[in-house]
Design a protein around this ligand. Structure first.
Ligand SMILES: [Zn+2]
Length: 67
């Protein structure tokens, strides 16, 4: 079960209402939802970028040389 807690004193950036935001953690991502207008905001606590797959092959076959 996910615990959804209201954020006391928080103001929704969409509808500007106060005390309508609740948040919970879903798959290690903080989710903030406004129960009034349905605004949702997700943010990862750890902004760790995905490691890019480096595909550097030394064996390059078939290089076309326009000469
Ligand atoms: Zn709202």
């Amino acid at each position: 079960m996910k615990r959804k807690r209201f954020i006391a004193g928080a103001t929704c950036p969409e509808c500007k209402e106060t005390d309508t935001l609740r948040w919970w953690v879903d798959h290690h991502i903080e989710v903030v939802e406004c129960v009034r207008c349905g605004h949702m905001d997700r943010r990862s606590p750890n902004q760790s970028p995905q490691p890019e797959v480096v595909a550097q092959s030394a064996d390059v076959i078939g290089i076309f040389k326009p000469e």
